[in-house]
Write a protein that binds this ligand. Sequence first.
Ligand SMILES: NC(=O)c1ccc[n+]([C@@H]2O[C@H](COP(=O)([O-])OP(=O)(O)OC[C@H]3O[C@@H](n4cnc5c(N)ncnc54)[C@H](OP(=O)(O)O)[C@@H]3O)[C@@H](O)[C@H]2O)c1
Length: 289
Amino acid sequence: MERVLLAGATGYLGRYVAHELKRRGFLVSAVVRNASRLTAQERELYEVIEAEVTNPESLSACCEGVDAVISTVGITRQKDGLTYMDVDYQANMNLLQQAKQSGVRKFIYVSALNGDTLKHLKIFQAKEAFVEQLKSSGLDYCVIRPNGFFSDMSEIYHMAKKGRVYLFGDGKLRGNPIHGEDLAEVCIDAIAGAEKVVNVGGPQTLSQNDIAMTAFQALGKTAKVTHIPDWCRVAACKLLTTLTSSKFYGPFEFFLTVMGIEMVAPQYGRHTLKDYYLSLNEEESKASS
Ligand SMILES: NC(=O)c1ccc[n+]([C@@H]2O[C@H](COP(=O)([O-])OP(=O)(O)OC[C@H]3O[C@@H](n4cnc5c(N)ncnc54)[C@H](OP(=O)(O)O)[C@@H]3O)[C@@H](O)[C@H]2O)c1
């Protein structure tokens, strides 16, 4: 039976990857910095290695007996005072070092759609520097380049819940966001797959206006959308990158940039955004009752 070391199992995507690995019969070792962020059931299913991926000593021998590594580690909403270079680059380098030392067969890394063409953004400076190191590591590898996750689309749902969605420009730019469960399948297929790079998005390509409408429909609310002139997005990005530190502006720079471009990738999966929004609705109704 193949053993997979998964880094990122406490995150949105990592959780789905871990569950799908178990479902397909893999042995799973999960590197986490805080095991209490796993459920009791998850702690029983996986070999849990408590380590700081940013601290190479704590990872010592973590890849012994491992066939493949999957890393979904990266800064999204974490406020640890670390930079993308500390985490998205260096922490993944620490894992790669361990994988090389232990003779791991394959390393699967989750970057993001268009990362290779948006290297001027802080997030991609780090992610793509790691991709370059991975390519020249001598290990077999696959770089997954997914579109935005459904988890990030919840921002639009929450605006709709408050009564109004704000979009930049005319809202006609399109994207195909993907559910974590669908993307987890792609990550695991890469263990046996031959492709070195996989661009992937969800099964429906929607404009930003469509996404807002889907959120209002799921909530059963009248749609109210305000279109903010696109120059405000460009100016906000310029101001933030000039006046604040990269630790602060990095996530905004990423968000404001991708809001201004078409983000369409090859389609995969079965989960629709409408069902995802309905599930958020249900969860929130249950929590408040
Ligand atoms: N969200 C999107 O729309 C999107 C789109 C394309 C690509 N991606 C990329 O896909 C990957 C997974 O995204 P996600 O949404 O699943 O992110 P997430 O939920 O924030 O999970 C990220 C994982 O990285 C770990 N991590 C972050 N900072 C760390 C640190 N300083 N030390 C140790 N572990 C750390 C987190 O651990 P803790 O749980 O302990 O914080 C978590 O397990 C990321 O690299 C992201 O950039 C995301």
